[in-house]
Write a protein that binds this ligand. Structure first.
Ligand SMILES: [Zn+2]
Length: 96
């Protein structure tokens, strides 16, 4: 069965093998990885099941990176989102 979020058995197996061979986050190298990130995002044509397109990441890095359109930065000077953004899902989209 294929689920819309891509959590197939194939994906879980692949994800487990990535995490087994690379237990640390490949983005910050500080925390143990508990997610697998697509280097080239799926929405940009990245291969979902290609090992060369996968890297381990920790939850904070994975969440900060979002769909890969944001660049990585540890000290962000960007102002926090205001409540207006939260009330306006169309503007916020899913980049967070
Ligand atoms: Zn990390």
């Amino acid at each position: 069965m294929t689920r819309p979020n891509g959590s197939t058995r194939r994906w879980r197996t692949l994800r487990a093998s990535v995490l087994r061979s690379n237990p640390m986050c490949a983005i910050c190298y500080l925390r143990p990885a508990d997610c697998v990130d697509h280097i080239v995002p799926l929405n940009l044509g990245g291969a979902r099941y290609e090992l060369s397109n996968l890297r381990p990441s920790c939850t904070p890095c994975n969440a900060a990176r979002g769909d890969g359109t944001r660049t990585r930065s540890t000290t962000v000077n960007e102002p926090l989102r205001t409540s207006e953004d939260w009330l306006n899902p169309l503007r916020t989209s899913r980049r967070w």
